[in-house]
Ligand binder design. Structure first.
Ligand code: ATP
Ligand code: MG
Length: 258
């Protein structure tokens, strides 16, 4: 499979703070990649660099053959992005109107747009709420709608930052199911997450620490005895040691900060 994301030797500082220090990271077509790391480790910074929202100080970023540093405008038609705690939906407008507007902005022709809007809303269990204003939606419904919005133009890669934050256990499971189903159908997914207890078995988990991608493991191997990765993961959420309810509870702190 070809590499659809290639990040090489990325450095990024904010003032004196070196956040990313020679990051090398790649994603192959069809991958489901999850980037994990402690708060402030630079996950969102890396994601923003990959999608062209931030410029690195040094290094190369290539996504779908596009040099992101130079041609980021070209990229938006080919990727879907959900940022952490994004507020980009129009709250007074309905779900349907929101998708219609964003589909229009992406230049999806009306007929195709309507078809896709219906399909996405149905798939995410939102079709019956399509005429409700987004301000009446629950957190979970809004997150689902943000994913619909990010997929309206049928992108090749979906980048999502902390989409599982604030979801209850059943919505978390649902969201992961939707994403893994889309992934099985060919969508490449790059996700930032703190929720490790439920991810697709096929996911590759990349650990960002001390400014670098230090390690990448198959999700199914995370509970293995590799001490370094286990220790960091254990700090974030106690893998396999607490039940779902407690894991979500222990994550409350992240919500406020993100
Ligand atoms: N625009 C900015 N200006 C200054 N500092 C920033 C900026 N964006 C991020 N930082 C700093 O860079 C570091 C990494 O931030 P980033 O948001 O990438 O971390 P993160 O891994 O996504 O954290 P979290 O798990 O809390 O979401 C933090 O110390 C943050 O305060
Ligand atoms: Mg972040």
């Amino acid at each position: 499979m070809r590499r659809v994301v290639e990040v090489t030797n990325i450095k990024k500082s904010f003032g004196k703070l070196r956040v990313l220090d020679k990051v090398d990271f790649y994603v192959k077509e069809g991958d489901f990649k999850v980037i994990i790391g402690e708060n402030g480790s630079g996950k969102s910074t890396l994601l923003k660099i990959m999608v062209g929202l931030l410029l690195p100080d040094e290094g190369e970023v290539n996504v779908l053959g596009i040099d992101v540093k130079k041609q980021w405008k070209k990229l938006s038609a080919k990727i879907g992005v959900v940022l952490a705690n994004e507020r980009s939906l129009y709250w007074k407008l309905t779900a349907w109107e929101n998708l219609d507007i964003f589909g229009g902005i992406y230049g999806v022709p009306k007929k195709e747009r309507r078809k896709r809007m219906k399909e996405l809303l149905e798939r995410f269990g939102l079709f019956e709420y399509k005429d409700k204003p987004v301000e009446d939606f629950s957190t979970g419904m809004r997150k689902k709608l943000m994913v619909c919005k990010a997929l309206i133009h049928n992108p090749k890669i979906l980048f999502v930052d902390e989409i599982l934050n604030g979801l209850d256990p059943s919505s978390t499971r649902e969201m992961v199911e939707y994403l893994s189903e889309l992934n099985e159908k060919g969508l490449t997914v790059v996700m930032i997450s703190h929720v490790l207890h439920i991810l697709p078995e096929s996911a590759d988990v990349a650990l960002l620490r001390n400014g670098q991608i230090q390690m990448e493991v198959k999700y199914k191997d995370i509970r293995s005895k590799r001490r370094e990765i286990y220790e960091v993961f254990e700090k974030l959420i106690k893998v396999g040691e607490v039940d779902e309810k407690d894991i979500l509870f222990s994550r409350e702190g992240y919500e406020d900060k993100a």
